[in-house]
Ligand binder design. Structure first.
Ligand code: ZN
Length: 218
C-alpha cells in the first residue's frame, strides 16, 4: 500500500467513525455505573442542586421500562428522589424547603416521572452526551415510529441512559447554610460516589462524596 493511500484510508476511517454518531466510551467517563455528578450553586436565597447520573446508579436497568416490575422500580426511584429533605439534608437554622424538582431521562417516559417530569424535552443538552441517536428531538416516550431516539447502545448492544434531577431549594436564612449532607447513598445502595462541583459564598470547589463521607461544605 502506498503511503498516500494509507493516509487516505485512515482519514476515511476517521470520517466514517465520526459520522457514525458513536463516540468512544473513554470520551464520556461521565456515564459510570455507581457514580453520579452533582452541581450545587448556593446563594443567600437558597440553592440549586443539579444531579446527573446513569440510571443504573438508581435502578437495575437503563432501557425504557416494559414490565410492571420495571415500572414499579421507576416509581420507587421517583418517590425516593422526591424525598428532597432526605436527598439534601440541610441545617434547620437555614430554613430551606424544596421549591421545585424536575426529573428527565431520555429512556423514562414522562408519565412515569409524574408531577416531577421536566417540562423541557429529555434527551438533549446535558443528558450524558452519549446520545447519538436522538435525531428528531422528539420527547422520549412519544416515539411511535420504532426508532430508538435518544437511547444509547454500547458495543454489546446494551442500552444506556441517564437521569437528570434538578432541585431548587429556597432558604429563609440562606446565610446560615454552609453545606449540606447528601442522603442519596442510603436511598440508593447502587450509588457509590458523587462527584460534586459547588459554587457558594466561599467560591468554587470540587468534592467527591461517598457513603462514608456524604457531607459537602462551601
Ligand atoms: Zn449505562
Amino acid at each position: 500500500m502506498t503511503h498516500r493511500l494509507s493516509v487516505f484510508l485512515s482519514a476515511l476511517a476517521l470520517v466514517l467513525f465520526l459520522s457514525s454518531g458513536r463516540s468512544p466510551a473513554q470520551l464520556h467517563p461521565a456515564h459510570e455505573h455507581g457514580a453520579a455528578r452533582l452541581n450545587v450553586v448556593a446563594e443567600e436565597g437558597g440553592f440549586v442542586a443539579d444531579l446527573e447520573s446513569p440510571l443504573a446508579s438508581f435502578i437495575s436497568f437503563e432501557h425504557e421500562p416494559s414490565t410492571p416490575e420495571q415500572r414499579a422500580e421507576v416509581a420507587d426511584m421517583v418517590a425516593k428522589l422526591a424525598r428532597a429533605d432526605e436527598v439534601f439534608q440541610t441545617d434547620a437554622a437555614a430554613g430551606c424547603r424544596l421549591e421545585s424538582l424536575a426529573l428527565s431521562s431520555a429512556n423514562i417516559p414522562a408519565d412515569l416521572l409524574g408531577e416531577y417530569a421536566s417540562k423541557e424535552p429529555a434527551g438533549r443538552g446535558h443528558d450524558g452526551g452519549e446520545a447519538g441517536h436522538d435525531h428528531d428531538g422528539e420527547e422520549a416516550g412519544h416515539d411511535h415510529d420504532g426508532e430508538e431516539a435518544g437511547r444509547d447502545h454500547d458495543h454489546d448492544g446494551e442500552v444506556h441512559g441517564d437521569l437528570d434531577a434538578e432541585y431548587v431549594f429556597a432558604c429563609s436564612d440562606g446565610a446560615k447554610l454552609a453545606g449540606l449532607k447528601v442522603g442519596l447513598f442510603e436511598l440508593f445502595p447502587n450509588l457509590e460516589e458523587v462527584e460534586v462541583q459547588v459554587a457558594g459564598a466561599g467560591g468554587q470547589s470540587a468534592a467527591e462524596l461517598t457513603a462514608s463521607s456524604p457531607e459537602l461544605k462551601w
